[in-house]
Design a protein around this ligand. Structure first.
Ligand code: ATP
Ligand code: MG
Length: 272
């Protein structure tokens, strides 16, 4: 559905920030992008949304070269939630803010109203529809940027570190929303530093290091093989670390507390 093919990009021509990056995202997938600060994660999302154009290589949307596409063209297909919600919100009420995208896409007034109602319901913001956005909590602002993207009914949602600075209730709420959207067929691309999220939610993880894609695979493949996790500025999720202590020979990889309970039950059951 959306693809980077051998993309090289630099903000200043001489210094490439992305080096020959290829990445393909299929319909309905849930992908996470991780890596240390400055490794190029946000830049990848800017190329995917046509906010930046590659110096070489190709961006493809539904199999076709997207070189001529503007960010507005991409917005019909891809909702983009920025790293900092304050930089994205500019209208006077939550409802008006959410209506902006559908207005730009030329929806009829009735379609706009329906899209806004649905997006605010999904994101739990119906009660604050008439509120002035700057008065919202950080979590609500983040959900407002998601509502604005969802109002355009995209097939794909890109979120750049949406959980950073959120309390755990908001974080949980956001992940439930993303899981729900994904189960409805919306592809999710989540940039995150959160290892617990990385282990549990995505089908596929991409790790960036110094502008290169250095890993692509399942969370289990990432945490069960001998990758330079610390060098990539990642760490083992708690359940994985406990599993490594319990099974130092690597005979089992524990990915979640559920895994751990099951394995321990088997062990205990065996001794009885
Ligand atoms: N607008 C810009 N102009 C020039 N250089 C930039 C610009 N934005 C980012 N860079 C540089 O590009 C590189 C990759 O930055 P990018 O923001 O993509 O990293 P990131 O992985 O998202 O980092 P973080 O985890 O801190 O958000 C960094 O060296 C950064 O300094
Ligand atoms: Mg970033």
């Amino acid at each position: 559905m959306l693809e980077l093919r051998n993309v090289t990009f630099g903000y200043k021509q001489k210094q490439p920030v992305l080096k020959n990056v290829s990445l393909s995202i299929g319909a309905g997938e849930f992908i996470a992008i991780a890596g240390r600060n400055g490794s190029g994660k946000t830049t990848v999302t800017r190329l995917l949304t046509a906010l930046k154009k590659p110096n070489s290589g190709t961006v493809l949307l539904n199999g076709e070269d997207a070189a001529a596409n503007t960010p507005a063209d991409m917005a019909r297909h891809i909702g983009y939630v920025f790293q900092n919600p304050d930089r994205q919100i500019f209208r006077d009420t939550v409802a008006h803010e959410t209506a902006f995208g559908p207005e730009q896409l030329g929806f009829t007034p009735k379609e706009i109203e329906d899209a806004v109602t649905r997006a605010l319901e999904l994101t739990g913001l119906s009660d604050v529809a008439e509120s002035y956005p700057p008065t919202l909590s950080r979590g609500q602002k983040q959900r407002l940027t998601i509502a604005s993207a969802l109002a355009m009914q995209p097939k794909m949602l890109i979120l750049d570190e949406p959980t950073s600075g959120q309390d755990c209730c908001e974080r949980q709420r956001l992940l439930e929303l993303l899981t729900q959207l994904n189960s409805q067929g919306v592809a999710i691309i989540l940039v995150t530093h959160d290892m617990e999220i990385l282990a549990r939610y995505p089908q596929r993880v991409v790790v960036m290091a110094e502008g290169e894609k250095v890993f692509e695979g399942t969370p289990r493949q990432l945490f069960s093989s001998s990758h330079p996790i610390a060098e990539w500025s990642l760490s083992y999720p708690t359940a994985v670390a406990i599993g490594q202590e319990l099974f130092p020979d690597g005979s089992e990889t524990v990915m979640s507390v559920d895994d751990l309970c099951q394995l321990l039950e088997c062990e205990l059951g065996g001794d009885r």
